[in-house]
Design a protein around this ligand. Sequence first.
Ligand SMILES: C[S@@+](CC[C@H](N)C(=O)[O-])C[C@H]1O[C@@H](n2cnc3c(N)ncnc32)[C@H](O)[C@@H]1O
Length: 253
Amino acid sequence: MTGGRSPGDPVPGERDSNVREQIAHYERMAAGFDRSVWSLGRRDNRNHLVKISAIARAIAAQGSRRILEVGAGTGLHARWILENTPAEYVGVDVSEAMLAIATRRLAPHAGRFRLGIADAHRLPFPDGSFDAAFCSGTLHHLADPGRGLAELARVVRPGGRVAAMEPNWKFPSVLLVSAFTKAERNAFKINGASLARWASGAGLAGVRLERLLYTPPSPRALERIWDRADALAARVPGLRRLSIMLLVSGRRA
Ligand SMILES: C[S@@+](CC[C@H](N)C(=O)[O-])C[C@H]1O[C@@H](n2cnc3c(N)ncnc32)[C@H](O)[C@@H]1O
């Protein structure tokens, strides 16, 4: 990998039909990805900030020298990491079109990041290469999400932190997308119990599950109200099951 995307790099799992399907899906989606209707406008919104802040806490990003993101997409999380921590960032994805957008977005941080093509099921890094690793909205695109989490754990040094943020199909809009989009159907494999099981199976210690966000991401004028509604909803036991996002994290033993 170099300071930008690596067109033509082989995808180790490219014969795998799931990976081919994901590549086709995201090559089609890339141009409109940051303006998704499901985000009610721009993806660079309040919910994005809540998600990346929670991930950064879970992986202790401030104290990490080298951070990996798997399924880096268009680089929104990467930009936050580069703007808010001193870490070096490495991002991989199977979609060249998504990484092309990330490369443009991260250009002001040249020298502190690398992007490349790689399959989450088979990361091209030796064991213990990073201080921390995370993914966001990626596991539910994999044929084998448990393997994806195990790969994140493998490439982190002992004591390093791993986090995976995933949509919760029990939230109504996530349920709709998961039911009607072929490339999203593995979301039904994801729940608090499966995430915690995969995390423990990956050798993570101190596994923690958080449930985040209950309100829409926009409009901006209502953000303070949504913040309060989210804080209240998080305290209501029944509602907790309906959070939009699930975040599992742990420490490599
Ligand atoms: C929902 S997007 C999330 C992007 C980014 N993490 C974010 O939250 O903005 C999922 C990303 O996972 C990537 N992806 C899908 N299957 C993958 C695989 N097997 N290995 C690596 N990345 C994959 C897609 O190309 C896409 O960019």
